[in-house]
Design a protein. Structure first.
Length: 80
């Protein structure tokens, strides 16, 4: 957020913004399998969504970390 934000004149991303984003009603789906699944379920309940489209950053994490994240999402989060 800081790298891209700096090119756009944004203030540095704060810990408070990060924590707010990953809170139950936040826009970030970050955490363990259960946290992510619970957040998606919560969004389903409050918004009535029938589909979920997520974006995974592929620029910063190493490929093995990204592949593990995709694997966990497909095998553990999606079935929940």
């Amino acid at each position: 957020m800081d790298r891209i934000g700096a090119t756009r004149g944004w203030s540095p991303y704060t810990k408070m913004q990060y924590e707010g984003g990953r809170a139950k009603d936040g826009a970030l789906f970050i955490g363990g399998v259960n946290e992510v699944a619970d957040n998606i379920e919560y969004m389903k309940e409050i918004f009535g969504i029938t589909r979920f489209i997520g974006h995974m950053d592929f620029g910063a994490p190493d490929n093995d970390v990204m592949m593990k994240s995709i694997e966990l999402f497909g095998e553990k989060v999606a079935p929940k």
